[in-house]
Design a binder for this molecule. Structure first.
Ligand code: IVH
Length: 682
């Protein structure tokens, strides 16, 4: 795909600003495609950023030219997205599954019979393991993206999909696509993004995603499109629909779509015989392990659209296509023991120790048993012959027994007391995990809490890694995070794991952490469920640890994004005398226990107790800026209009359904100028 004209990003002074906007958008779309689809950037990241900034600046000057498909919109927004359910134009069917050569051959024979001996080709493709998406384009612009849902209706996730860089927002003019068409494909989270995300979540004490599919699905349904933008989703397209699509061949149509700018898998191949299909399956069964994204099988499709139509559908799936699912790699071994690991949140994970076996090219001696329910279902005994699998999940898991337990093998039960501290274990309502509740006395929990406290997004005492924390704890130098502020050079010099240079680094890091703003201190102390974002909202709303510590459930749930679970956890935290003592010590050591003077001065109660909906496109400030203003003046920004909405801050082009709802409920609509006057920002 080539774009006419010079792509140098320099502002052309002969063009009007409006023309420059259009030119920059076109160039940035092309560079985006070169980078994310072709993997062949033609300009440096720096030049790309520079062009993006030029475009952002120009768009600010020309709000009348706002375009949801502008490359600047790829970063998303943290405004609450509401997903509207929409009907699919054409139902999104699923595929029948096959698991062996025999079933593939039966499919082939059925097709042959159905086509009454006419020659046919089968298009072989990878089966991507993500979630399916339907994209609609009108005159080359992405207008709607919808999840599969139940096949007849799905969620409109357009705003989130716009942040996926390999999905074109605007196709180049004159590339030959029809005026209107639909293209379907799979949204995926590449392995690298998945690993990065789970690492981050581990640091933030958030539950991990079991596999990239769950991560992609959770991400695409996020209410916050800036979160989606950060998570590095990708997409492969595999099905073109609509009138006026190029030709009768599915394979050829996908080649055309690739030329228009869509990411189409290079692994597609036309097969002329059953043997060629088997060869394809065999090749990709191993080769798929080198791909950047997860696949769980092969899809076989009759290539001719006319032949597809003549074969038709069953109630659930087409007769012209089938999925062949790869076998998850499985092996048999002997269970020797189950150990119970205590995580830093206190969650207990049963882990099977077994005789070593080879799985997906690595030697495996341990496999997860997930939780007490899974373990009970497996009914395990020492000496059992067990089956271990490495499937979509990265950690091997025990999936069952290879044969019944032999007599005399002792049964393995879930423990009742913590293996690290002996406390009685508990199960929180609605959770599968069993926990050690001894947050202040159980060593792995304490070490975990201190590790979290010093971590980058919390107090950022970067000179102290987990190894040092654990070692100092074991040596009795620290018993909790507050003890860090009592450490002396002499103590550290004699301690294991330190040398003179790092003593200074560590002490400096600890000292500097006293300047870390209140919102991060709040995150660092590790109140259950209070992640980075909740800590920020709570800090801004209450302004100080003192105020927060006495807040009621009603007050806490007033804060944007704080529901009853987080609110309940905050209350429980401050009700515990030990936590209050801990906070008092941190205060004494000089940590920031309130928001800064600057932040305080700017705050007001002008919007106190008000629920405000933002809608439309604005001239003076961005939506994010308005959202920040609402929070600053103690208001609450909400996503949807209800009887409780105080008013709607409306810009240009407010959605017709919102307008209708507002009028019906008699909710006041306020324009930008009135709002700015109200909050005194004019
Ligand atoms: S074609 C009517 N092609 O597998 C045929 N599907 O159970 C429509 N999938 O929901 C699907 N890779 O999410 C097709 N190359 C591929 C695919 C693929 C993954 C998913 C898709 C679909 C499911 C079928």
């Amino acid at each position: 795909m080539e774009l006419e004209g010079k792509l140098n990003g320099e502002l052309n002074l002969e063009l009007t600003e409006q023309e420059q906007i259009l030119k920059l958008r076109k160039e940035l779309h092309q560079h985006n495609y070169n980078y994310y689809v072709l993997n062949m950037p033609t300009i440096s990241d720096k030049d790309f950023d520079m062009m993006m900034h030029q475009l952002q600046d120009l768009e600010k000057l020309h709000p009348e030219m706002a375009d949801p498909n502008s490359p600047t919109q790829r970063v998303g927004s943290d405004l609450n997205n509401e997903f509207v359910t929409v009907q699919h134009k054409r139902p999104m069917l699923s595929l029948a599954n096959t698991y062996n050569q025999q079933e593939v051959s039966e499919f082939y024979e059925r097709v042959k019979e159905g086509l009454q001996g006419a020659p046919f080709q089968i298009c072989c493709e990878l089966k991507f393991d993500g979630l399916s998406i339907s994209l609609h384009y009108e005159h080359g612009s992405l207008v709607r993206a919808v999840t599969r849902g139940d096949g007849t209706q799905g969620d409109d996730v357009t705003q989130n999909v716009r942040t996926i860089r390999s999905i074109p927002l605007q196709l180049p003019q004159g590339a030959g696509y029809p005026d209107e068409f639909e293209i379907r494909g799979e949204v995926l989270m590449p392995w690298t993004s998945f690993e990065r995300l789970n690492k981050q979540r581990e640091e933030n004490e958030e539950p991990l995603f079991a596999n990239p599919r769950n991560a992609a699905s959770g991400t695409l349904k996020s209410k916050n499109s800036s979160v989606v933008a950060e998570r590095g989703l990708d997409a492969y397209l595999y099905y073109l629909l609509g009138e006026g699509i190029p030709g009768d061949g599915h394979y050829q149509n996908m080649e055309a779509a690739s030329k228009w700018g869509f990411q189409v898998s290079k692994a597609m191949k036309l097969a002329n015989s059953l043997q060629e299909i088997y060869d394809y399956i065999e090749y990709w069964d191993t080769e798929r392990k080198n791909l950047p994204v997860a696949t769980d099988g092969i899809v076989l499709k009759v290539n001719s659209l006319a032949q597809q139509r003549s074969l038709g559908m069953t109630a659930k799936s087409p007769r012209w296509a089938i999925a062949y699912k790869f076998q998850a790699e499985q092996a048999e071994t002997i269970l020797r023991q189950v150990v119970f690991q205590v995580g830093r949140t206190g969650a207990i994970t049963p882990v099977a120790n077994m005789d070593p076996i080879q799985l997906s090219g690595t030697q495996v001696r341990r496999a997860t048993l997930h939780n007490a329910d899974v373990m009970a279902q497996l009914d395990l005994h020492v000496g059992d012959h067990i089956l271990v699998e490495k499937g979509g999940e990265i950690i091997p898991k025990v999936v069952g027994k290879a044969c019944p337990t032999e007599p005399g093998c002792p049964k393995i039960n879930f423990i009742t007391h913590c293996p690290a501290c002996g406390s009685k274990l508990i199960r929180y309502e609605g959770e599968a995990a069993i926990y050690c509740p001894n947050e202040t006395g159980c060593p792995p929990l304490i070490v975990g809490k201190i590790e979290h406290f010093v971590s980058r997004k919390a107090m950022n005492i970067f000179s102290m890694g987990p190894e040092i924390v654990e070692s100092y704890f074991k040596q009795g130098l620290i018993h909790d995070a507050a003890d860090l502020y009592t450490l002396k050079a002499e103590q550290l010099l004699n301690a294991d794991k330190t040398n003179e240079v790092s003593v200074n680094n560590i002490l400096n890091g600890i000292k500097e952490s006293k300047n870390v703003p209140f919102e991060r201190v709040l995150f660092a102390i590790g109140i259950r469920f209070v992640g980075e974002i909740a800590a920020k909202s709570l800090a801004r709303y209450f302004g100080s640890m003192d105020k927060l510590s006495t807040a009621t459930l009603e007050e806490l749930t007033q804060v944007n994004g704080i529901g009853e679970v987080i609110a309940g956890s905050v209350i429980k935290y401050f009700a515990d005398e030990r936590n209050r003592t801990f906070i008092n010590r941190l205060t004494k050591y000089g940590l920031q226990m309130q928001i800064s003077q600057e932040q305080q001065e700017a705050k007001s109660d002008r919007l106190k107790d008000m629920s405000i909906v933002i809608s439309g496109v604005f001239a003076h400030h961005s939506r994010d800026e308005y959202k920040a203003m609402i929070e600053k003046h103690n208001g609450k920004n909400v996503g949807s209009i209800s009887g409780k909405t105080s008013f709607i801050l409306a810009g240009e082009n407010m959605g017709p359904s919102k307008l209708e709802k507002a009028q019906k409920l008699g909710v006041r609509i306020m324009n930008e100028e009135e709002f700015l006057q109200l909050v005194g920002e004019q």
